[in-house]
Design a protein. Structure first.
Length: 302
């Protein structure tokens, strides 16, 4: 056995390359090579003639995209929904992690964490069924609202409430899972910092404000920058589950529009142009937010 380990140590670089090879191949085959397919955004792609024989049209699909009124509507809806999610959904896991960190009784803390993780593992079909039942006119939520109003409200069918319902449901499903990175970062904070703070007379809130949050700042910045890059992305599965004709004007987002136009109407070049537009805007937002974060907080992705 010792001889085996000696041979491994002698060839450790080759071993590391072999270990990395499956991951490298995965990214090459499923991430980088498919990027070449973005060329159809500049063609009138024909499924039967293929990329090589399809007609080149330059930026025609991008001009159509920006001039088409329906695309401007879904762009507005996507931005509003993403900003609401960023405003309410991004701080929620951080606040929950800070609260969980203050729980000292492990017999209570661990089951509580497990219960908060569970919604993440439910499919959106199941979550949709649960909340459509809760929010309909005869559901439990409306039974509670009738205590304060005379008329029931179907939140899923009301444009004024639909976006906030999507944000709330998304938070309910993912907030527990989002605490994992913050709790892991908190576990790495030097406990001597808290001991010194206690000696100086700092209470729990002061320790959280002066030690925990500053030590979490690198994690917060990285996660915020990653969320900024996805500002033109929406949870397609979630929106498709809850979207209906009555709220299409406020709930139809870019991804559902691409699904409807690209897959159902076979406009592959047009929807590829939309996807390329999303990616470029997301990349520019990450660069700008990263530069701003580095100048203001000193933390950045690179």
């Amino acid at each position: 056995m010792k001889d085996v380990w000696k041979r491994i140590n002698r060839h450790d670089k080759a071993l590391l390359v072999l270990i990395m090879l499956p991951g490298i191949l995965h990214f090459l085959v499923f991430r980088y090579i498919p990027l070449l397919g973005n060329v159809i955004a500049f063609q009138n792609y024909n499924l039967f003639t293929g990329i090589l024989e399809s007609k080149w049209v330059g930026f025609e699909h991008f001009r159509t995209m920006l001039m088409y009124p329906e695309f401007l509507m879904v762009l507005r809806n996507t931005l509003v929904l993403s900003l609401l999610t960023l405003l309410f959904g991004f701080p929620a896991p951080l606040l929950l992690a800070l609260l969980l960190n203050e729980v000292r009784q492990m017999w209570f803390k661990r089951p509580l964490q497990t219960m908060m993780y569970l919604p993440h593992f439910l499919s959106w079909v199941i979550v949709g069924g649960i909340f459509i039942t809760l929010f309909n006119r005869g559901g439990m939520i409306n039974n509670l609202t009738l205590l304060f109003s005379d008329e029931p409200i179907n939140f899923i069918l009301e444009p004024a409430y639909f976006r906030f319902v999507l944000v709330f449901i998304g938070m309910w499903k993912e907030v527990g899972w989002g605490t994992i990175l913050y709790l892991a970062a908190m576990a790495g904070i030097n406990p001597h910092l808290y001991e010194a703070a206690v000696i100086d007379g700092a209470g729990r809130f002061r320790q959280m404000w002066s030690i925990t949050i500053p030590c979490l700042m690198p994690t917060i910045v990285v996660l915020f920058l990653l969320n900024i890059g996805n500002v033109l992305e929406s949870n397609t599965e979630q929106v498709l589950i809850f979207l209906n004709p009555l709220v299409r004007e406020v709930g139809d987002v870019i991804n559902t529009y691409v699904y409807r136009v690209g897959l159902l109407q076979a406009q592959f070049s047009y929807t590829t142009a939309i996807g390329l537009f999303q990616s470029v805007v997301g990349l520019l937002l990450v660069f700008c937010a990263n530069w701003l974060s580095r100048r203001t907080t000193g933390e950045s992705l690179y």
